[in-house]
Design a binder for this molecule. Sequence first.
Ligand code: PGA
Length: 252
Amino acid sequence: MSRIPLIAGNWKMYKTVPEAVETAEKLAALCQSIHSVEVMIAPNFLAIHPVAAVCKNSPVKIGAQNLYFEKQGAFTGEVSAGMIKAAGAEYVIIGHSERRQLFGESDSFVAKKIKSAIGCGLKPILCVGETEAQRDEEKTFQVPDKQVSDGLKGCGSDELKDLVLAYEPVWAIGTGKSATTDQVNTVHQYLRSLTAKLYSTTFADQVRILYGGSVKPENVSALMDLKDVDGALVGGASLEADTFINIIRFDT
Ligand code: PGA
């Protein structure tokens, strides 16, 4: 089974709308000749619609960084999956470690978001990964195992056909200290067999598992060479089009 690589940029809480549009325009132009890799950028909510408009005739797809699981209602400050989809996004990042750590998101909350994303036709990118303390306690497999198992609870394999997993060890995010290829390899293999156990080998064969955590132009090729790495979720190095394109062109 060949899985099309996905290089996704998480712009976090950076860039005003004009700044996001400017970077997206540059990236869209640079990506015109990219066909063998799927490219996605996730700007803040405000910028999704204008960024989707400038990327419309380019290979660059749009994602959101979060959603709220209710369809609509009195939920001040929240944004629903349907609103995100209507604004032009195709993907949504769910359960990023910053949301888990800073905003107390639990696995059951994450599961509701996954359901809601799927229900609206958004492709969920479920982020999992251990903290440094959990790695020291030898919970490197146990933590992402629970995050995947509980985060996908109640979903059938047919509903999850567009699911993407992202292994992001928390200690590697924004630190400049990427996990080693050995560390990435073992966890990605573990997660792929977990999806086989939870669903089927066919499912495990097609689900894309991204690595995230200090991915840069200098380390992306070695990571992408690993059999079970199907792409990257990139934070800091996705903010400038000139840098991000060198990650997207990892095989040139
Ligand atoms: P980083 O962030 O590339 O800046 O480490 C990755 C992420 O948070 O998804």
